[in-house]
Write a protein that binds this ligand. Structure first.
Ligand SMILES: C[S@@+](CC[C@H](N)C(=O)[O-])C[C@H]1O[C@@H](n2cnc3c(N)ncnc32)[C@H](O)[C@@H]1O
Length: 212
């Protein structure tokens, strides 16, 4: 059965229509990709894409890029976006840290969303965690002054690490996530919540001054 919102949506796009095949040696040109000057937000590790498809559908006046390394998951985001006719969504299959460091132009995004990144709980695997000191530096470079990093995890110790690296970077100040963002849950978040596990969230804003 289709609802009113579905019947009003633009017709579905062809398969993989939202998928980017970027030149990995070049910085992403969001104006060329989206055909507009809207602010752009990026989600790293977008998984099955429920969060990004829903959030993008609520904010047609912003652009969204989902970054995911697993092909099957990226295709799910692509399918969700096409079904909703989201002209403001793109996805790319590539390593999150690479995109952040090498493919996003300095001061070109307004928000970075990182939700339930793999916690790599074994001591010998800690180095594989996405969010570390260099991540905070590259996030600072990618964000416009006043831009936000939004973080969520179920892993208390990783949450502590996230807070430590962003608090240690003087280019960031603690911030709050807006309620309309927090109410859109991710696939992993819904699963953790359904099983009664606590989850944590934090936000940091890039300071206007260049003092880090
Ligand atoms: C635990 S899942 C969370 C997915 C989604 N954010 C959510 O909350 O439902 C982590 C996701 O990040 C992706 N991922 C992990 N490491 C990555 C990396 N280095 N680059 C891109 N994606 C990555 C995984 O494939 C997976 O889809």
């Amino acid at each position: 059965m289709t609802g009113l919102a579905d019947s009003l949506a633009a017709p579905p796009l062809p398969e993989d229509a939202l998928r980017l095949h970027p030149d990995i040696m070049a910085r992403l040109d969001f104006r060329a990709i989206f055909g507009n000057d809207q602010p752009t937000e990026v989600e790293l590790g977008s998984g099955d894409g429920s969060f990004l498809a829903e959030y993008a559908s609520r904010h047609a006046d912003r652009n969204f890029l989902g970054v995911e390394r697993l092909l099957g998951r990226m295709r799910k985001l692509d399918r969700k976006g096409r079904r909703r006719g989201l002209a403001n969504l793109r996805c790319v299959r590539i390593e999150a840290a690479y995109v952040l460091e090498w493919m996003i132009s300095p001061a070109s995004i307004t928000a970075l969303h990182v939700y339930f990144p793999d916690p790599w709980p074994k001591r010998r695997h800690l180095k594989r965690r996405l969010i570390n000191e260099s991540f905070a530096r590259h996030a600072h470079d990618a964000l416009i002054p006043g831009g936000h990093v939004y973080l969520r995890t179920d892993h208390a110790e990783y949450f502590q690490q996230m807070n430590e690296v962003f608090q240690a970077n003087s280019g960031f100040a603690p911030a709050s996530a807006p309620p309309d963002l927090l109410e859109v849950r991710t696939d992993f978040e819904r699963d953790f919540n359904a099983r009664g596990y606590p989850t944590f969230q934090a936000a940091f804003a890039r300071r206007p001054e260049e003092a880090h």
